[in-house]
Design a protein around this ligand. Structure first.
Ligand SMILES: C[S@@+](CC[C@H](N)C(=O)[O-])C[C@H]1O[C@@H](n2cnc3c(N)ncnc32)[C@H](O)[C@@H]1O
Length: 497
C-alpha cells in the first residue's frame, strides 16, 4: 500500500485518510468512505457523514476532490437517527448497520446532498504535522517544533536507519518515517528487511525501528502503521529496551540481528539505561545495534535536568562525543491592530481611552455640558464627544489602529531538554592501513624549500635568547623589552608582506 503520508496524490480517494482542517490547531482525521461500516454512521440518507461544529460533511462531497479544497457543509437528513428505539437498542443498531451496508452496496438510499447556508472545512492530505495535532493521545507526544529540529540534528534523511524508543503515541514515528523514506521494499526485500539485515538494495531503503514496552501502545502503533501504509518503513517491536536491548528479533528463539542504526532518538524516562546497548563493541558477543560504517547521531528527550545529567554522564562513559544540550523554546507571536479612542467606544477589542489630549478635552467638555444640561433640566440636543462623527457605522476602519504584537500564552509543545551526541564510526587497524595507503600517496612533504629572511631572523633571535637563558644571567626587564620588540617587528613584517 502506498502511504497517504508519503504520496497522497492530487485528489482524495475512497478509503484515504484525510485531515479535515477546522481551524488553526484543530483538525479531525477521517477515513473517507461511502460504505457504512460503523453504527456511528448509520441512518443518514446522504451515506457516511462526519459532523463537526462547522456543520455536517457527507463523505461523497469529499471524495474525488483536489487536496486542499474548501468543502461546504451540507444539509443533512438524519433519517432513522431521529427515531429513538428504546427497546433492545444494541440489536436494533446491528440490524440497522447491516441494512445500511446492504443499501450502500446496492447504491440505494444515498441521496444528492444540498449545501447548507454556512459552514466549511478544508480537506487536507494527512501529514505528520496534522497527525500530531489530531492523533489519539496515549502518552505525551513530541510536537513538530521539537521533532523538526531533532530529525535535522540526528541527520535523519532518505535511507537512514533510525532507532526510536519508545513509540508512545506514534507522533515522532510518523515524522521519522517520512524523513527516512527512500522507497518501499518489494515483497522479496521485505522478508530480510523485517529482520533488520541491510543487504543489497534494501540497504538504501530507509527504516525506522520503533520499540515500546507497553503492550497496548505497541499494538496500537503497529496497527496504525499498517492502516497508514507505513509498515514497510517502520518496524515496530514490543520490547523493554533497558533490559533487552535494541537488536531485531521477534522472540528469544530467533537469531538477533542488528538494525545497523545511524540515527537514534530516545524518548524514555531513563535514556541512560538504554545507552549500554548502544555501543560498538559488545562484550557479550552479540552484534552492535549501530551501523559500523558511519557515525551515529543520537538525541535524548528529557523533561528534567537531573535526567540530562545522568544521560550526559552515561554518554561520556560510552565514548559519545560532541555532547550538547538544547532546549527548543517555541513561541508564536500574535500580531494584530489595536484600536484606541473614544470614537470606537463599545466595540470589541478596543481600548476605550482618549487617543490624544484633544479627544480627552472634547470628552471633558461633553461631560460638563451634560452635567449643566442635567441641572438645567434638559438633556436634549446633546452631541457625542467626537462632534457627532461615527466610524463606519460600528465597523473598525481597515488598516487603522496601532500594530501590536505579543507572545501567545498557550502553545502546544511539550518542551524538554534535548541532548545530542555523536559516536564516530568504528575504526580498526585495517581501516587505518587502508586510509594510509589511500591518502599518504597524495601528501608530499617539501623538505628543500628555502626559508624567508624573516624566518631566518626569527630563528637567530630565538637561538640567541635561548643561549642567554642558558647562561642564567637574564634580566627580566630586558627579556620583556625584547619580547615586545619581537612582536612589533613581526607585526611590521606581516604588514609589509
Ligand atoms: C513519552 S512516550 C513517547 C512518545 C513518543 N515519542 C511520541 O511522540 O508519541 C514514552 C514511551 O516510552 C515507553 N517506554 C518507557 N520505558 C520503556 C522501555 N524500557 N522500553 C521501551 N519503551 C519504554 C513508554 O511506555 C511510553 O509509551
Amino acid at each position: 500500500m502506498v502511504s497517504p503520508f508519503l504520496s497522497p496524490g492530487l485528489v482524495s480517494k475512497e478509503h484515504d485518510l484525510a485531515s479535515l482542517h477546522l481551524r488553526r490547531d484543530q483538525s479531525l482525521p477521517v477515513v473517507l468512505s461511502t460504505e457504512v461500516t460503523s453504527a456511528e454512521h448509520v441512518g443518514y440518507a446522504e451515506g457516511v457523514v462526519t459532523n463537526t461544529r462547522f456543520g455536517s460533511f457527507p463523505h461523497t462531497t469529499m471524495i474525488g476532490v483536489p487536496w486542499g479544497s474548501q468543502i461546504r457543509a451540507s444539509k443533512v437528513d438524519t433519517g432513522s437517527r431521529g427515531r429513538k428505539e428504546a427497546i433492545n437498542a444494541k440489536k436494533r443498531k446491528a440490524e440497522v448497520l447491516e441494512q445500511s451496508q446492504t443499501n450502500s452496496q446496492n447504491g440505494e438510499s444515498v441521496v444528492a446532498v444540498e449545501a447548507a447556508s454556512s459552514g466549511f472545512v478544508h480537506l487536507l492530505p494527512p501529514t505528520p504535522e496534522n497527525w500530531t495535532i489530531s492523533l489519539p493521545h496515549r502518552t505525551q507526544v513530541v510536537y513538530t517544533p521539537d521533532y523538526a529540529y531533532i530529525l535535522h540534528r540526528i541527520r535523519a534523511r532518505p535511507g537512514s536507519r533510525l532507532i526510536e524508543a519508545g513509540s508512545g503515541s506514534g507522533s515522532f514515528t510518523h515524522a521519522a518515517a517520512r524523513a527516512v523514506f527512500n522507497g518501499y521494499p518489494t515483497a522479496s526485500d521485505s522478508g530480510s528487511e523485517q529482520q533488520g539485515t541491510a543487504a543489497g538494495d534494501v540497504e538504501s531503503l530507509g527504516k525506522v525501528f520503533s520499540y515500546e514496552f507497553h503492550a497496548e501502545r505497541h499494538k496500537k502503533v503497529k496497527a496504525e502503521m499498517v492502516e497508514h501504509g507505513l509498515d514497510g518503513v517502520v518496524h515496530t517491536m514490543h520490547r523493554d529496551v533497558y533490559a533487552d536491548g535494541l537488536l531485531v528479533y521477534k522472540d528469544e528463539s530467533e537469531e538477533k540481528t542488528s538494525p545497523e542504526a545511524n540515527a537514534i532518538f530516545l524518548d524514555l524516562p531513563a535514556p541512560w539505561e538504554a545507552l549500554p546497548h548502544l555501543t560498538r563493541d559488545r562484550r557479550d558477543g552479540t552484534p552492535s545495534a549501530l551501523d559500523p560504517n558511519s557515525a551515529v547521531h543520537i538525541c535524548t528527550f528529557s523533561p528534567c535536568i537531573e535526567q540530562v545529567q545522568k544521560t550526559v554522564s552515561a554518554l561520556r562513559q560510552h565514548d559519545w562525543l560532541d555532547i550538547e544540550m538544547v532546549e527548543v523554546q517555541h513561541k508564536r507571536i500574535e500580531v494584530r491592530r489595536e484600536y484606541t479612542g473614544l470614537a470606537y467606544e463599545g466595540m470589541r477589542g478596543v481600548n476605550p481611552y482618549a487617543v490624544d489630549v484633544e479627544e480627552a478635552l472634547a470628552k471633558l467638555r461633553e461631560v460638563e455640558r451634560r452635567a449643566r444640561d442635567f441641572h438645567a433640566g434638559s438633556l436634549a440636543d446633546r452631541k457625542p464627544a467626537n462632534g457627532g462623527q461615527q466610524h463606519g457605522g460600528g465597523k473598525l476602519p481597515f488598516d487603522g489602529g496601532k500594530l501590536v504584537h505579543r507572545t501567545e500564552p498557550e502553545i502546544k509543545t511539550h518542551t524538554s531538554y534535548l541532548v545530542f551526541a555523536v559516536l564516530p564510526r568504528a575504526w580498526s587497524e585495517e581501516d587505518e592501513a587502508a586510509a594510509q595507503a589511500k591518502w599518504s600517496k597524495h601528501v608530499t612533504v617539501a623538505s628543500n624549500v628555502p626559508k624567508s629572511q624573516r624566518q631566518l631572523k626569527k630563528e637567530a633571535k630565538l637561538r640567541a635568547k635561548n643561549q642567554r637563558q642558558a647562561q642564567n644571567g637574564v634580566d627580566n626587564g630586558n627579556e620583556a623589552k625584547e619580547a615586545i620588540e619581537e612582536v612589533m617587528e613581526e607585526a611590521a613584517g606581516s604588514t609589509k608582506e
